[in-house]
Write a protein of this length. Structure first.
Length: 132
């Protein structure tokens, strides 16, 4: 039956500290592998920028806000993010939007467990992406 027609799309932009990119890449791979086994996650993928290996983009799709909340409140999610934190040069840039049949809709104000990826991070992140 395939992919659900709608839900929530979340992007996470990670910036590794110089010298930490290989360790962060391993942690990102573990994070994505774990997310792919979670029934609350529809899609999980990540990309390390070939031209700037300190730059990572993660994309997660959820069928609903409650599914995203359940995933983010899981011990595994918090543990892996906690292990990534020492490798990060700046807070995680988080952006959420509605998605329907592959078409992106209205942005959402995110919430994050333990403060990472909170609303302030998302606003900071979206302002930075516009300025580039």
């Amino acid at each position: 039956h395939g992919v659900p027609v709608g839900g929530i799309m979340q992007t996470m932009q990670l910036r590794a500290s110089a010298g930490s990119e290989k360790k962060l890449a391993r942690q990102v791979n573990k994070f994505i592998a774990a997310a792919r086994t979670d029934k609350m996650v529809t899609t999980a993928t990540a990309q390390q920028n070939a031209e700037d290996p300190l730059d990572f983009m993660l994309l997660l799709r959820y069928p609903s806000m409650p599914a995203m909340k359940a995933h983010q409140e899981s011990a595994g999610f918090k543990e892996i993010l906690g292990k990534m934190e020492p490798q990060l040069a700046k807070p995680i840039g988080l952006y959420l939007m509605d998605e329907q049949n592959g078409i992106l809709g209205m942005p959402r104000h995110p919430f994050g467990p333990g403060g990472e990826g909170g609303r302030d991070d998302a606003i900071y992140s979206s302002r930075n992406s516009v300025a580039r």
